[in-house]
Design a protein around this ligand. Structure first.
Ligand code: FES
Ligand SMILES: [Fe+2]
Length: 448
C-alpha cells in the first residue's frame, strides 16, 4: 500500500487524518447571494403547512432569511421580511388587519405584496406610504401547504402541479419536520435507498419490515426532471421493484415505507411527496404531503393523525428523542444529524451504491453554475394539455418464482421493464396510465 501522499490510509492512521476538510460551499450555502442560495431561489418551495397559520403571524426562517407568514382577516396570505421597514421591530408581533399586517410598534401596515397601507403616526397629508415597501414574496396555497417564491420576479415560474395531486380515492395529510443539518444531506437520503436495508430493517428495532432487510439490486435512471432510483428485491415467490423519484432541486416522490412484498401490486404510487427546504445552512424542513388510500396501504398501517408538525407516521423520523433510545434504535434523523451540521463531502469514501448521491450533486452543481452564469432555469414540460406534471415513484410486486438461472440479471431486467412501462405511460391520458403499465409489464414478462 502506497501511503506516501495519504499517510492516513493505513492501520492506526488517525494521527495523520487531514484536519482541513471543509463543506462544499457551492452546494451547501443557501443565504442570499450564495451560489446554491441563488439557484434554489428560482423555484417555488413549501414554507409552512396551512395548519401552522393561526390568527397570529408565524415567524419563519427560509433560505437564511428571517420572515413572517400571516393571513390577514380578509383571508390573504403574505410572506414578509421579518423586520419592519420603518424601525425594524419584528413583524412576528404584528396584528393581522382586515387587509395587511399592522406592525405593533408604530402601526405601519403592510399588504401581502409589501405595499404600505398606513403610517398612522405621520401627518394626514404625508405621502410617505407611497414610497416605502416591506420586503415581500409571492405565495400560493395548495392542499394544505403554503408555497413561496423568493427569487427574481422576472424569473418566477408557474407553481408546478404534479399528478400526485387529486388522485381518486386518496386523502392527503401534511407534515413538516425540522431537521438540524444542512438541506443537502437530508435530500440525498432520498436517493440513497441502500440505507433502508440497514438503518430501517434491523431485527428487534422499529423497522419498516422484513422485506426491507434484503439487500436490493440498484439502478439509477435519469429523467428530464431528475432521477429515478430503482431497488429490486426477491421475496419468496415475488419480485418487488421500487422506483423512488428525485426531482431537481429538492423534491422527491417516495413509495410506501410499509411495503411487505407479499401481495402482487402494479404501479403503487408514491406514498409521500416531500421537499427539503433549507431553513439556513444548518437546518432544513422536510415538508410535504403524505397520501393515504386502500390501494397504497392495503394493510392500513398508515395513520394521518400521526402526520403534522414534527411528525410523520412511519419509523425513523422522530425528533427530540431520549438519547439512550435514539442510540438503541436510530432512524433517519439520527443518521442525518449524525453527519454533522454540514456533511463534509471531501471526507467521504463513496461506493457503487452511492451513484445516486454523486449524480445528484453533479446535476445540482451544473445548475448552480448555470444560474451563476446568468442562465434561466427551464420550466418542466408536461406531456398533457392541462400542464400537470407526471410522477414516476412506484412500487410493483409481481409473482415470479425463482427460475434457477441468473437471478441478478433477471431482477435487473424486470426492474427495467417496469421502469420503461412507467415512464412510457405518460404518452397515455393520465387516467389510463395504470392500465397501460399493467398491459406492458404483463406482455414484457412473457418474453423475459
Ligand atoms: S417599527 Fe414597525 S411601525 Fe415602526
Ligand atoms: Fe430512511
Amino acid at each position: 500500500m502506497n501511503t506516501e501522499h495519504r499517510p492516513w490510509r493505513r492501520p492506526f492512521g488517525g494521527y495523520f487524518w487531514p484536519r482541513n476538510l471543509v463543506p462544499d460551499p457551492e452546494l451547501t450555502r443557501v443565504g442570499p447571494g450564495t451560489p446554491a442560495g441563488e439557484y434554489l431561489r428560482r423555484y417555488w418551495h413549501p414554507v409552512a403547512m396551512t395548519s401552522e397559520l393561526g390568527t397570529a403571524p408565524l415567524p419563519l426562517r427560509i433560505l437564511g432569511e428571517d420572515l413572517v407568514l400571516f393571513r390577514d382577516r380578509g383571508g390573504r396570505i403574505g410572506l414578509l421580511h421579518r423586520l419592519c421597514a420603518h424601525r425594524g421591530t419584528s413583524l412576528g408581533y404584528g396584528i393581522p388587519m382586515e387587509r395587511g399586517l399592522r406592525c405593533c410598534y408604530h402601526g405601519w401596515t403592510w399588504d401581502a405584496d409589501g405595499r404600505c397601507l398606513d403610517t398612522p403616526g405621520e401627518p394626514p397629508q404625508s405621502r410617505l406610504k407611497e414610497s416605502v415597501f416591506q420586503g415581500a414574496y409571492p405565495v400560493h396555497e395548495l392542499d394544505g401547504l403554503v408555497f413561496a417564491y423568493m427569487g427574481p420576479p422576472a424569473e418566477q415560474p408557474a407553481l408546478p402541479i404534479f399528478d400526485i395531486t387529486g388522485q381518486p380515492e386518496t386523502t392527503v395529510a401534511t407534515f413538516s419536520i425540522t431537521i438540524d443539518c444542512n438541506w443537502l444531506q437530508t435530500h440525498e437520503n432520498g436517493i440513497d435507498p441502500m440505507h433502508a436495508a440497514f438503518l430501517h430493517a434491523r431485527p428487534g428495532a422499529d423497522s419498516f419490515g422484513s422485506v426491507f432487510a434484503v439487500v436490493p439490486r440498484m439502478d439509477l435512471m435519469e429523467t428530464p426532471g431528475g432521477f429515478i432510483v430503482l431497488t429490486t428485491r426477491r421475496w419468496k415467490d415475488k419480485v418487488w421493484t421500487r422506483g423512488s423519484e428525485i426531482v431537481i432541486p429538492n423534491l422527491a416522490h417516495i413509495p410506501m415505507p410499509f411495503e411487505t412484498g407479499e401481495t402482487e401490486r402494479m404501479f403503487g404510487r408514491a406514498a409521500f411527496t416531500r421537499w427539503v427546504v433549507p431553513v439556513d445552512d444548518t437546518h432544513n424542513i422536510f415538508i410535504g404531503w403524505r397520501s393515504f388510500s386502500a390501494t397504497l396501504d392495503p394493510l392500513g398501517k398508515g395513520d394521518p393523525a400521526r402526520c403534522g408538525k414534527n411528525m410523520i407516521d412511519f419509523p425513523g423520523q422522530e425528533i427530540g428523542r431520549d438519547p439512550v433510545e435514539a442510540q438503541r434504535d436510530p432512524g433517519d434523523i439520527e443518521a442525518l444529524v449524525g453527519q454533522g451540521e454540514i456533511a463534509v463531502h471531501a471526507a467521504e469514501h463513496l461506493g457503487t451504491s452511492d451513484r445516486g448521491v454523486q449524480a445528484l450533486r453533479r446535476r445540482l452543481r451544473q445548475l448552480v453554475r448555470a444560474v451563476a452564469a446568468g442562465e434561466r432555469i427551464k420550466p418542466p414540460e408536461s406531456p398533457w394539455a392541462d400542464g400537470i406534471l407526471p410522477t414516476y415513484g412506484n412500487d410493483t410486486v409481481l409473482r415470479i418464482p425463482p427460475s434457477g438461472g441468473d437471478e441478478g440479471a433477471r431482477l435487473d431486467a424486470i426492474a427495467r421493464l417496469v421502469h420503461a412501462s412507467v415512464v412510457s405511460s405518460t404518452e397515455q391520458p393520465r387516467a389510463r396510465r395504470a392500465a397501460w403499465i399493467e398491459t406492458r409489464v404483463r406482455d414484457g414478462l412473457s418474453s423475459l
